[in-house]
Design a protein around this ligand. Structure first.
Ligand SMILES: NC(=O)c1ccc[n+]([C@@H]2O[C@H](COP(=O)([O-])OP(=O)(O)OC[C@H]3O[C@@H](n4cnc5c(N)ncnc54)[C@H](OP(=O)(O)O)[C@@H]3O)[C@@H](O)[C@H]2O)c1
Length: 166
C-alpha cells in the first residue's frame, strides 16, 4: 500500500533551512521508525541531503527523487520525473508498504495514490520555509485515528484517510 508519513506545525510548516523546524523529538522518531522499518521510503532530493537522519535510513529501501539523471545517492535508488508511475508499479510488485516521506511537492504530487497519511501534528507555530497548503491538503481527507503524545504535550499522532476510501 502507498502511504505518507510527515510532520507539520499548526500552519502546515514542514522544514526550515533544509532541516526539521522543531526540537528533536525521540517519540516522533520512534513513531517514524515503527511505521517505516522494513518498508520502502521515497523522498525528495533535498530531504535526502538534510542532516536530520542517517543515509540511507537503515532497514528500509530508500528511494530519492531528482530531475537530475546524474544524481547519485549512496545506499539509495534515484528515480526521476516518472517516479509516481514507478512507485505504483512497485506497489503492485511488493508485499510491504511504500511511504512518501516528503517534502511537500512529493506529497502533493502523489496524494491521489496515497491510502493512509501518518501525520505528526505540532501544536505550535515554528519558523519554516517549506509548507503544505493546509487550506487544500486536508479538505478531502478525514482523520481516522488520533493518539496524543505521551511525552510531549505539543504533539499528536494522527492517521488520515481519503474521504472516498471505504
Ligand atoms: N516535517 C516533515 O515531515 C518533513 C519531511 C520531509 C522533509 N522535510 C523538510 O522539508 C525540507 C525539504 O523539502 P523541499 O520541499 O525543500 O525538498 P524535497 O521535496 O525534499 O526535494 C526537492 C527536490 O526533489 C526533486 N523532485 C521533487 N519533485 C520531483 C519530480 N516530480 N520529479 C523529479 N524530481 C523531483 C527535485 O530534485 P532536483 O533539484 O535534484 O531535481 C527537487 O529539487 C527540509 O527542510 C526537510 O527537513 C520535513
Amino acid at each position: 500500500m502507498i502511504k505518507a508519513i510527515f510532520a507539520i506545525d499548526a500552519f502546515g510548516g514542514m522544514g526550515f533551512n533544509n532541516k526539521l523546524p522543531w526540537p528533536k523529538c525521540p517519540e516522533d522518531f520512534k513513531w517514524f521508525q515503527k511505521n517505516t522499518t522494513d518498508h520502502t521510503v521515497v523522498m525528495g532530493r533535498k530531504t535526502w541531503e538534510s542532516s536530520d537522519f542517517p543515509k540511507p535510513l537503515p532497514n528500509r529501501r530508500n528511494i530519492v527523487v531528482s530531475s537530475n539523471p546524474n544524481y547519485r545517492a549512496q545506499g539509495a535508488e534515484v528515480w526521476g520525473t516518472n517516479w509516481i508511475e514507478r512507485m505504483r508499479k512497485l506497489d503492485d510488485q511488493i508485499k510491504g508498504d511504500i511511504f512518501v516521506i516528503g517534502g511537500p511537492r512529493l506529497l502533493q504530487e502523489s496524494k491521489l495514490w496515497i491510502k493512509e497519511f501518518y501525520v505528526t501534528r505540532w501544536k505550535g507555530a515554528y519558523q519554516t520555509d517549506v509548507k503544505i497548503d493546509m487550506r487544500t491538503f486536508f479538505t478531502d481527507l478525514r482523520c481516522r485515528t488520533v493518539h496524543p503524545s505521551r511525552e510531549n504535550n505539543q504533539l499528536t499522532f494522527e492517521i488520515h484517510i481519503p474521504w472516498l476510501s471505504i
